[in-house]
Ligand binder design. Sequence first.
Ligand code: MTE
Length: 319
Amino acid sequence: MHVGKRRSWQLSESEAISEGDYWNRRKFLKAVGLGTGSLAGIPNLIGATAGFPTTRNPKYSGEGLDVTDYDLVSGYNNFYEFSYDKDGPAKLANKGWKTEPWTLEVGGLVDNPLKLDVNDLIKRVGGIEQRVYRFRCVEAWSMVIPWDGFQLSKLLQLASPKSGAKFVKFTTFFDPKVAPGQRGGSIDWPYVEALTLAEAMNELTLLATGIFGKPMPNQNGAPIRLVVPWKYGFKSIKSIVRIDLVDTKPVNTWQALQPSEYGFYANVNPKVDHPRWSQGSERVIGGGFFSGRKDTLMFNGYEEQVAGLYDGLDLRRNY
Ligand code: MTE
């Protein structure tokens, strides 16, 4: 059974760039006392709490960037396990879904397989820090988010990849009893994503356990999710239970669903349009209905840090 009606891979350009429905529903929720800022009466079963308070890493201080409001970051979400509506996850992911305790397993081509509680893992990697990153969804909207987390490279070093490991595959939880979206639909659950080992080891790639200095809200992918700021948001897989080192390129969820539209690399690239809309500019969430558009940057503004990962690759192709 599908929850809601609009699915991202079926959006037309006008739907992808309009937030009218969202704002109308938000106004309604506010009127009935269920605004996302005050989820009155809804218990917040929040994720991993280790490592707080965090200190902002000066290298990623977000200088010159306008941080999106907490209410929007935690109220305008894509989390298809719960809903296809932007305001659905904030309600449905807080209805009995427990994200603590939570175990993460790391396996496949590693010398040191791991199975750890997320709070223990945070201690093993030496804690968490805060970084402000741009976040750009393939649907042509964007936010600026202060993430709390640690570099994925630290976890991979603990697991010690074998020489044959070339890709890192991530898998989301699967529990249709609490995640209504997983009871059917076009997606072959659980949601999976993958990076090359070099992308995973890049210093920008985070495992995030919080936002705005607080534990990750369920709707944002509690208790632990990936953040890859130079790629479209769908690569930043939420609520991870498994990480596997593998030798062949995995097929990610969106590629399996619509290979003509979504590839493996999915790097933000203003010169390569989505088949149904332009990727040249983006709608800044919270930036105002008419004034909130800005030009999209190559690699979402992280060209300096990541362009070298793609030497020799034709970035116009949908790999
Ligand atoms: N991860 C899972 N497991 N399920 C999802 O539906 N949506 C992706 C990504 N990670 C998704 C997911 C998409 S399309 C986007 S844009 C981001 O999460 C949204 O993250 P946010 O809701 O924290 O902004």
